[in-house]
Design a protein around this ligand. Structure first.
Ligand SMILES: Cc1cc2nc3c(=O)[nH]c(=O)nc-3n(C[C@H](O)[C@H](O)[C@H](O)COP(=O)(O)O)c2cc1C
Length: 165
């Protein structure tokens, strides 16, 4: 699979098989996350692996969707606001950094035959409370990971001419 094929194969999976994901695959994926670039190399992030039944019940309360609850594993990707780079004009870069790392995660998982979905439409305050996150930590993305139990839909994307000039 070349890089373009990998990119096209990644899709938002919204139904997972109950089968657990292999520890080796998870380690490989997290190694790809670890090597993501970040502004001024601050690495202002934390990745919480949600595997226990207790933690799964907590994350499912923060994003209450039937399909979401089918995933065997989740990752919570957080920005550490006390570690992120802030440009001279005040622009914060932690969310950009975490986004890059999350897409590394999703592409690495795809390469390993696993499926994922970016999820941001969750209750962030509830998540902070349930997981006892410190003040500086903002949960930015939930990523369910597992073996797909659905099929990718046709990708709708803007034409190249529309997005370049
Ligand atoms: C930043 C971001 C936030 C997203 N949040 C959600 C979400 O909360 N729930 C959801 O079902 N999908 C979510 N998605 C998935 C998008 O809907 C999906 O990526 C888009 O429709 C393109 O489809 P594809 O991923 O299958 O190529 C999110 C994607 C991104 C990049």
């Amino acid at each position: 699979m070349n890089f373009l094929e990998l990119v096209k194969n990644r899709y938002s999976c919204r139904s997972y098989k109950p089968q657990a994901i292999e520890e080796e695959k998870l380690k490989y994926i997290l190694e790809c996350v670890r090597f993501a670039p970040s502004a001024v190399n601050k690495q202002p992030w934390k990745f919480r692996i949600v595997n226990s039944n207790d933690d799964k019940a907590k994350i499912q309360q923060c994003y209450d969707r039937e399909w979401f609850a089918t995933a065997p594993t989740y990752v919570i990707a957080s920005v550490l606001h006390d570690e992120e780079w802030v440009r001279a004009d005040g622009k914060h870069h932690g969310n950009i950094d975490v986004s890059i790392a999350v897409e590394h995660l999703c592409l690495a998982a795809t390469e390993q035959g696993l499926a994922t979905c970016w999820v941001c439409n969750f209750d962030a305050e509830k998540c902070k409370n349930l997981f006892g996150m410190p003040e500086n930590e903002e949960p930015a993305v939930f990523i369910p990971i597992g073996y797909a139990n659905d099929q990718p839909k046709e990708k709708k994307r803007k034409a190249l001419e529309e997005i370049t000039e």
